[in-house]
Design a protein around this ligand. Structure first.
Ligand code: FES
Length: 132
């Protein structure tokens, strides 16, 4: 009887513990992801656009001078997705009103660090971004 009880315990505990372990451990990132995420025509000067790359939000902006930049779009405060504000020419997090300049530097609000800037490459009008 004890052997049956032990066998039943093992048979039911292994799938349960496996599920708990998979839920509790963070998913592994599979290394850098590089892709064409937009064209230069999609983001005229003085505008921005949020895209997804490797399941992460990426903010693309074109400065008023026509330079393209890419940032990881998670606010460095608590991770909300930031957006470009054309009127102010800055990057804004609506969750707790953090403001970043177009270099990604945190200039007001609770965000403790700049936004991570991402490598960007322009190839035949395609904007190619890499997320680590
Ligand atoms: S999450 Fe952006 S300011 Fe709090």
């Amino acid at each position: 009887m004890n052997i049956l009880l032990l066998g039943w315990t093992v048979v039911t505990a292994v799938p349960f513990l496996s599920t708990v372990f998979r839920y509790a451990s963070p998913p592994k990132r599979k290394g850098p992801v590089t892709a064409a995420v937009a064209t230069t025509g999609d983001i005229p000067p003085h505008t921005g656009k949020t895209v997804s790359l490797g399941n992460r939000p990426v903010l693309l902006i074109t400065t008023p001078e026509g330079q393209q930049r890419a940032f990881l779009a998670n606010c460095t405060h608590l991770g909300c997705v930031v957006r470009y504000r054309e009127e102010e020419n800055d990057i804004f997090c609506a969750c707790h009103n953090s403001v970043f300049d177009i270099e990604g530097n945190n200039i007001s609000g609770p965000a403790p660090r700049p936004l991570p800037q991402l490598p960007i490459e322009i190839d035949n009008d395609n904007i190619i971004v890499t997320v680590s």
